[in-house]
Design a protein around this ligand. Structure first.
Ligand SMILES: O=C[C@H](O)COP(=O)(O)O
Length: 247
């Protein structure tokens, strides 16, 4: 299976998180962008301050790789104004996809109207500029009931406020890749979680992100029905694909 066109190849570490200098971290980002170009991945997902760099490299290479960035990352607890300001800047800088972190803690506190409003306004801004919009629900911070509820809320908000032809441009995405459970275990795109999201997101597509590491895992996600996979292991997944097809 050709998985490359499902892959949002992701590098979201700050220099401090990667324990690198700013220059060294930028080098890592440059390598990731080049890797996405060389492997013809669907998208390169980087921090907002690296979008201009990605745009330049992709244009120079005359590549079809698209650019995604994260908004209000990784906690999603900024104000609606914060989210929109950041998203507008990302659009101006040339991002194709806006991966917003929904305020999942506000949702857990029962602040449903505020969460609905951010989904309406953030989606409206993205779609008005012909962007793909994704809402990261951070599944590891939620129990199964909350995953169902938040996925359903996003779906219902989109159905109520946007036209049918726009549904496939608004994703529900599982994870930031940065959340740690209290036990310190990263938790993301597991099969049961993604199934739960898919069962409740339709007609909105799902992006599986967080912990997808191998070609086999990527294929499993695609077979379940996800339309994108966010992963910091895109190259390994693509290599697995090549070695798999050799047998
Ligand atoms: O948006 C995608 C995630 O950051 C990827 O998570 P990962 O680093 O566990 O692959």
């Amino acid at each position: 299976m050709n998985v490359k066109q499902y892959l949002d190849s992701t590098y979201l570490k700050t220099a401090a998180q990667a324990n690198l200098s700013e220059n060294e971290n930028t080098e890592v980002v440059i390598n990731c962008i080049q890797e996405a170009i060389d492997n013809d991945f669907k998208l390169i997902m980087i921090r907002p301050d690296k979008v201009v760099l990605a745009k330049k490299m992709i244009q120079k290479a005359n590549s079809k790789v698209t650019i995604g960035t994260v908004i209000d990352f990784p906690l999603g607890n900024g104000t609606l104004e914060d989210k929109l300001v950041e998203a507008k800047q990302a659009i101006e800088n040339g991002a194709d996809d806006l991966d917003y972190v929904v305020d999942y803690e506000a949702f857990k506190r029962g602040e449903v109207d505020a969460v609905k409003e951010q989904v309406v306004q953030g989606t409206k801004l993205g779609l008005a500029h012909n962007k793909i919009v994704k809402w990261i629900i951070e599944v590891a911070a939620l129990d199964n009931h909350q995953i169902v509820q938040l996925t359903t809320l996003i779906k219902n908000v989109v159905i109520a406020n946007f036209s049918e032809k726009e549904y496939d441009k608004v994703f529900v995405k599982s994870s930031t890749g940065f959340y740690k459970t209290p036990e310190g275990v990263p938790n993301g795109a597991t099969v049961p979680t993604i199934k739960l999201m898919l069962e409740n997101s339709f007609p909105l597509p799902v992006k599986a992100a967080g912990g997808v590491r191998t070609y086999e895992e990527a294929v499993e996600m695609i077979q379940l029905g996800v339309k994108r996979i966010g992963t910091s292991a895109a190259k390994a997944i693509a290599n697995g694909e090549i070695s798999n097809s050799d047998y």
